[in-house]
Design a protein. Structure first.
Length: 281
């Protein structure tokens, strides 16, 4: 019997990371992106009534949704039950890769920094399209390919120098150039994608890694190696500081945030104009 390929992410480890941080999460990045998602939603000239917050975490995005007068029903889908006490709306334990709702259940799906943890992102988008009503909106933010470029470089070079090879330490991410195509393939109409960069500075690499752990954004790849040797870690810190440090001795950490917008098809949506008729003889 042919073996199935291994899953990209260890779902048990990923959920365990979220459960661990639920009691005292590091939330500054999620709060900032939730604010930006809410600002984008305000620009949409449409009212919504039934909303899903996918990957709700501690409910920062759900709070924005709850403040809207038009939304009267919100479901927070979050795989880590430890976050449930934080949430102001109805909760359900659900993984973004397995959407447990009936067809056309919502007219708005919002997601704050969860979809980059989907090993099968096209499959997840297809499921989200299925549970949207016609003319329903998907508005999502996920980490993109430029995220933690400095950390990737430092770990790669340090591990290569100290151990003669490298192992996956930072999750692969989607490039902006591919995001709109994924929405189209999943059946969304009028897909729009763009990116914004958020740069945070730290005293050193260990402080950054502490925050990533507090966010629940540490390595959950199935193929990961569990530990960094002390020598590799020390060399990575030195490379990070030398290559990217500023004059004050601080280091930057880059987070590229991709914003995805797509609509469930509806007969009233504008259709592209047909091209000119030509006959080649």
């Amino acid at each position: 019997m042919e073996e199935l390929p291994a899953a990209l992410f260890d779902r048990h480890a990923w959920r365990a990371h979220r459960e661990r941080v639920a009691r005292n999460p590091v939330s500054f990045l999620h709060e900032e992106v939730a604010d930006r998602l809410a600002d984008r939603l305000e620009l949409v000239n449409r009212q919504f009534s039934r909303a899903l917050d996918l990957g709700a975490r501690d409910g920062k995005l759900a709070l924005h949704l709850a403040l809207r007068a038009d939304i009267d029903w919100i479901v927070c889908a979050e795989p880590a039950s430890g976050f449930f006490p934080w949430l102001v709306a109805g909760q359900i334990g659900a993984d973004p890769e397995l959407i447990p709702f009936r067809d056309a259940s919502f007219d708005l799906i919002a997601s704050n920094l969860a979809l980059h943890w989907c090993g099968d992102l096209p499959g997840a988008l297809i499921q989200l399209r299925r549970v949207l009503q016609p003319d329903g909106l998907l508005l999502a933010a996920m980490l993109g390919g430029g995220t933690l470029a400095e950390l990737r470089t430092a770990l790669f070079e340090a591990e290569l120098a100290e151990e003669g090879g490298v192992s996956p330490r930072v999750s692969p991410t989607v490039e902006l150039s591919d995001a709109a195509g994924l929405l189209q393939r999943a059946g969304f109409a009028m897909p729009v994608t763009d990116s914004e960069t958020i740069t945070v500075t730290y005293s050193d690499m260990l402080a950054l890694m502490h925050d990533l752990r507090g966010m629940g954004e540490t390595n959950a790849l199935t193929a990961r190696r569990r530990f960094l040797s002390r020598a590799t870690l020390a060399r990575a810190q030195a490379i990070y500081a030398e290559r990217f440090g500023d004059s004050d001795g601080r280091i930057p950490a880059t987070f590229e945030v991709l914003f995805l917008t797509g609509w469930a098809p509806h007969p009233d949506h504008a259709k592209p104009r047909p091209g000119p008729r030509r006959r080649i003889v």
